[in-house]
Design a protein around this ligand. Structure first.
Ligand code: ADP
Ligand code: ASP
Ligand code: MG
Length: 410
């Protein structure tokens, strides 16, 4: 008998019919004698609908009240799923994040989990109940409802698994595992049996939305056994297991996956003096405005003047331009500030890069052969990322997927 946390994403609970199917799957696991904590997301599209309702009332909703609204989608699915389980003859009980309690900090809309009280869940599990806990939500020390950021149910599930020292955390979704890239863009993408924790962390942070990045961080910190599986197959296959140690005997592909993200925007501050302090004068006010900066490039200077470019999330582009125009431009006597909100980032990820040279070169050659101009580059030990025009994103991903042999069985 094992203790398993199972998370079901929005599409998996997108209709009452699908909720009934989830209940049947959970009932099968229960019948094998396992203890189960089940974490549903809101029905697909519901969180978007709730957020747009809030924005119809207030263009920039109060974050505390927005969380009160956005968290309700999951309250519906925990109740419905518990009922569906009872219809299957399975004892079940639902809890909101606050009831559990999933204690978070007070950063509304992007709260972090600090502690989880496991007592109530433990007692119910011992009494034979399936415990159904709302994903995406928690409560702060003052009793305010909080949410964990979009896609946050993954993090709820992994955090519950860590708190309960579960034997496994299973993330059920519309695809049957983690693929070499998003199968919606590249139909030839292949499921990976395993992916290392480091690779999954890079993939998630570079835009692959199959797991929320915080869930991967959490899994790494507590070494949670984490598996991604399909909720649409009658009998679940092996899915993809996130591993914490590389198997030295296994011949690893150089590249494990390709991530991409079109929520990017590039900003260039033109004609700035090349002297100490300029990067700070540009990026200081951006940081103070709580805008995250991703890639940064400073060109070689001509006559002591240079251009300074960086990328931000597209949702923060207008805010960043405003900060630069109002607080920075005249202060540092920049010639101009130019922005491009139609760029994307495409990244290759793989621990095999540590031992194989030439990955970046091959990437650049492949893009050149497709006539795709590279605007920015950033690398780490296990990734190469480029910023390109967003209209070439799919072409770039497909060409790279082929060039690095990811279409072929390894
Ligand atoms: P859920 O609603 O279950 O949380 P998400 O939509 O958040 O599901 O994440 C699953 C989706 O992530 C898949 O349908 C797939 O299109 C997309 N995806 C992106 N990159 C990958 C990848 N490398 N492997 C698998 N799925 C991916
Ligand atoms: N329902 C939330 C969202 O749409 C959380 C989740 O699905 O993981 O972001
Ligand atoms: Mg998700």
């Amino acid at each position: 008998m094992a203790l398993i946390v199972q998370k079901f994403g929005g599409t998996s609970v997108g209709s009452t019919e699908r909720i009934k199917n989830v209940a049947k799957r959970v009932a099968r696991w229960r019948a094998q004698g396992h203890q189960l904590v089940v974490v549903p997301s809101a029905m697909s599209g519901e969180t978007n609908r709730l957020i747009s309702l809030a924005k119809e009332i207030s263009p920039q909703p109060d974050p505390r009240e927005l969380d009160v609204v956005a968290s309700t989608g999951e309250q519906v699915t925990i109740g419905l799923l518990s009922m569906a389980l009872m219809e299957q003859g399975v004892k079940a009980k639902s809890y909101t994040g606050a009831q559990v309690k999933v204690l978070t900090d007070s950063a509304f809309t992007t709260a972090r989990i600090e502690r989880i009280d496991e007592n109530r869940m433990r007692a119910d599990l011992e009494a034979g109940f399936v415990v159904v806990v709302a994903g995406f939500q928690g409560v702060d020390a003052a009793g305010n409802i909080t949410t964990l950021g979009r896609g946050g149910s993954d993090t709820s599930a992994v955090a519950l698994a860590a708190a309960l020292k579960a034997d496994e955390c299973q993330i059920y979704t519309a695809v049957d595992g983690v693929y070499t890239t998003d199968p919606r863009i590249v139909p030839e993408a292949r499921r990976l049996d395993t992916i290392t924790f480091e690779e999954m962390l890079e993939m998630a942070s570079l835009g692959s939305k199959v797991l929320q990045i915080r869930s991967v961080e959490f899994a790494g910190k507590y070494k949670v056994k984490l598996r991604v599986l399909s909720s649409f197959e009658d009998k679940e296959g092996p899915g993809t297991l996130i591993t914490y140690e590389e198997d030295p005997k296994m011949e690893k592909a150089v590249i494990s996956g390709i991530a991409f993200n079109h929520d990017e925007a590039k900003i260039t501050v033109m004609g700035v003096p090349d002297r100490p302090g300029v990067a700070y004068q540009i990026l200081g006010p951006i940081g103070e405005a709580n805008i995250d900066v991703d890639m940064i490039i400073q060109n070689a200077s001509v006559d002591n003047m240079t251009d300074f470019s960086f990328t931000v999330n597209r949702s923060e582009y207008a805010k960043a331009m405003d900060v630069l125009n109002k607080q920075v431009k005249s202060h540092i006597k920049a010639a101009d500030i130019r922005g491009d909100a139609k760029v994307c980032k495409v990244s290759l990820v793989g621990v095999g890069m540590r031992t194989h040279a030439g990955v970046a070169g091959k990437m650049f050659r492949t893009l050149a052969e497709e006539g795709i101009n590279i605007q920015m580059i950033s690398t780490s030990e296990i990734k190469v990322a480029v910023v390109i025009d967003e209209k070439y994103m799919e072409l770039a991903v497909r060409a790279l997927h082929k060039a690095f042999g990811l279409d072929q069985p390894q």
